[in-house]
Ligand binder design. Structure first.
Ligand code: UDP
Length: 241
């Protein structure tokens, strides 16, 4: 895989990335390993913004399926992302990396509110900014939050760390002949409904020309490899690039 040199990236971590093999929603050892990967990327010279999901704790849609009002469930999901953001912050600071958490839902005694210019200043000072609570509104996901923050923070790419090593033309867990794309266009992802991110997040990246790099973050050392253009990943980008 080869790719243009990115300087500033937005790393989207699904909540489940923080789960280990056991029953814990936030596994300390797994969170520490992910934090080390992020720290290594910063040491390698990248500027990093991080958006964390909350699916390991709560998803509004799951609450709605059990009769809860969807918007209330979504607010609970956003609060879950704040818990995950604090866990990632804690793990990063334990290894000496300066961070700030900014939440789209103001929570003055817990973390900073999202202020774009302030986030910019943190990054200039070498800090890693972790964005929590998605876009701050129900009926959205942290994928869309990640695309929005990537655009606002002028990130060169959105790195989506998941448990698969890229985008396939069929579900690789179900179809043995499924083929992984090296690169695929935004329009194909949308027209073929390929499972990368929500359609709204993909459209936002397409409109702002922000490539999405899908890679497996569960594999140790993989973020560094993918950032160096050496790892296995799929790049979703505009046609003709
Ligand atoms: N959520 C929301 N608005 C947002 C971001 C998240 O309502 O802008 C809620 C929604 O209920 C979602 C939950 O928070 O299911 C957790 O986020 P997400 O599902 O994106 O987490 P991930 O799948 O990345 O772990």
């Amino acid at each position: 895989m080869s790719q243009p040199p990115f300087k500033r990236i937005l790393l989207k971590l699904s909540g489940e990335v923080l789960m280990g093999e056991g029953a814990l929603s936030i596994d300390p050892a797994t969170t520490a390993r992910v934090a080390q990967e992020i720290a290594d990327a910063r040491t390698a010279g990248f500027e990093l913004c991080v958006v964390v999901g909350g699916g390991n704790i709560f998803r509004g849609i799951a609450g709605a399926a059990r009769g809860m009002e969807r918007a209330t469930g979504d607010y609970m999901g956003m609060l879950a992302t704040v818990m995950n953001a604090l866990a990632v912050q804690n793990a990063l600071e334990q290894i000496g990396v300066e961070t700030r958490v900014q939440s789209a839902i103001p929570m003055a005694t817990v973390c900073e509110p999202f202020i774009r210019r302030r986030a910019e200043r943190h990054i200039e000072k070498g800090r890693i900014v972790i964005f929590a609570a998605g876009v701050g509104s129900p009926f959205f996901t942290t994928d869309t939050g990640a695309a929005l923050r990537a655009a606002e923070m002028k990130c060169d790419a959105l790195f989506k760390g998941t448990s698969v090593d890229g985008v396939y033309d069929a579900d690789p867990k179900k179809v043995s002949t499924a083929k992984r794309y090296e690169t695929v266009s935004f329009s194909r992802v949308l027209s073929d409904d390929l499972k990368v991110m929500d359609a709204s997040a993909v459209a936002l990246c397409r409109d702002n020309d922000i490539p999405i790099v899908v890679f497996n973050i569960r594999e140790r050392g993989n973020l560094a490899k993918v950032l160096a253009g050496e790892g296995v990943a799929t790049i979703v980008q505009n046609e003709g690039e």
